[in-house]
Design a protein around this ligand. Structure first.
Ligand code: FES
Length: 197
């Protein structure tokens, strides 16, 4: 079934933002509409978007695969995207990733049986100073994650269950300290950042 067939006003509005000979520029807002509505962009939707912008499915996929904000497989209500790049890795993102996998009993690209959570490893989210962190769908970041903070966050997300997230409570600044011969980041409320605590 077509996604855009009964959304011609929306399609026209999006296409109007670009020169008539540059319809391909509309690829990202069209992808965004599908991603928001269905939680991922299927091959069928990719083909539909390619038709609208007079391009090819391969071109649409090449744009889509560049951005972690679009998913080609189904995601949970809360799509947890864990940054695995250097600053987050040094602050314990590997341990955080393992902890999330164990706790949610899913791995990369999988969705929990209740449809609430999915997991994805992503590259730098641009907030290296509050590592380790994850992006929750497109709703916001959860930063300076410890096991304790992760537990509390997951409980709160389960309680909500509607895709909304709590206000960012990032306890900044994050301090660097030597503890037991290790250099660690400690949040202002005294917790060691990363999956070690
Ligand atoms: S390395 Fe994780 S936000 Fe930059």
């Amino acid at each position: 079934m077509s996604f855009f067939a009964n959304k011609q006003n929306l399609v026209s509005d999006i296409l109007r933002r670009y020169p008539t000979d540059r319809k391909r520029s509309a690829v990202m807002p069209l992808l965004r509409e599908v991603q928001n509505a269905e939680g991922y962009v299927s091959d069928e939707r990719i083909a539909e978007i390619a038709g609208i912008i007079e391009s090819t499915a391969t071109e649409v996929m090449s744009v889509m695969s560049f951005y972690s904000t679009y998913s080609s497989i189904p995601t949970g209500k809360y799509h947890l995207q864990v940054c695995m790049t250097l600053s987050c890795a040094l602050a314990g993102s590997d341990q955080l990733w393992d902890y999330l996998q164990d706790k949610l009993e899913i791995s990369q690209g999988e969705v929990t049986s209740d449809g609430l959570f999915s997991l994805q490893r992503v590259e730098c989210l641009g907030s290296c100073g509050t590592a380790p962190l994850m992006q929750i769908s497109d709703a916001g970041y959860a930063e300076c994650l410890t096991k304790k903070r992760t537990d509390a966050l997951l409980e709160e997300l389960k309680r909500r269950g509607d895709g909304s997230i709590p206000a960012n409570d990032t306890p900044t600044p994050v301090f660097v300290k030597h503890i037991d011969g290790r250099v660690v980041q400690v949040t202002s409320d005294g917790q060691i950042a990363g999956g070690n605590a």
